[in-house]
Design a protein around this ligand. Sequence first.
Ligand code: DGL
Length: 271
Amino acid sequence: MSGERPIGVFDSGIGGLTVVQEIRRLMPGESIIYVGDTARAPYGGKDAETLISHGREIIKFLISKDVKAVVMACGTSSSTSYEILQKEFNITIIDTIRPAVSELVRMAQLQKIKPVFTATSATIKSGLFARLFSEKCKDVELVSRACPLFAPMVEAGLSTDNPLLQFAADNYLSDLRGKVDTLVLGCTHYPLVQGALVRTLGEITFINPATATAIATKDAITPSRDKKADIVYYTSGDTESFSELARIVLKDYSLTCSKQSRITSFIAGLK
Ligand code: DGL
């Protein structure tokens, strides 16, 4: 790693790489330590207590790697654990839900929109996004939809053109075709299924919270002066399948792992 302190980023699996991509685009000089908790994915059906405990372990691990801030690149952790863990740790934590709310509020203030918020079951159950949005935009009707199979399907290697994924997308959302014009990708895995969502809902506007999250991260950190940035990946699961999927995702988003990138297990760090 470079001499400067890295940014820690975590998710249940590879979804958080959609946030890494935006951080890299915005701050190419920042080194990143990425944790994908694939051994315990998916997070979307877990209760808040379990998710807080997983988040706590990962943040401790990232702090042990001397990160300067932690990005919860996971809507599910963000909506269930952010408030509690931010109070527990003396480190800046950036979540994905609040930046996504700000982005939708900004759009709703510019024009009349018919939005739908899609996310995992745990995120929808928390009600956080809908509550924060309605505090700012009382008059805008927001539909919330859980799409629980998307993240496991992405983790299983299904691409956005896969018929099973399309079947799931149609099941979850086809009744909204023509009734919504803006969709919030409230889980960081969902940008990876956007093609299926377009086929289900037509050419609507998509809000990918990764962009706003990267901007929030930039605002929260002291920038690195180093030019030699790299990414180190850790997974609690199978390192080979993680690295295979991660490469596909990063290639899809025209990013490649740097030569220094390595993927090692952080199971020891979790015990
Ligand atoms: N990518 C995560 C999120 O943003 C977690 C998905 C899952 O593991 O169910 O919600």
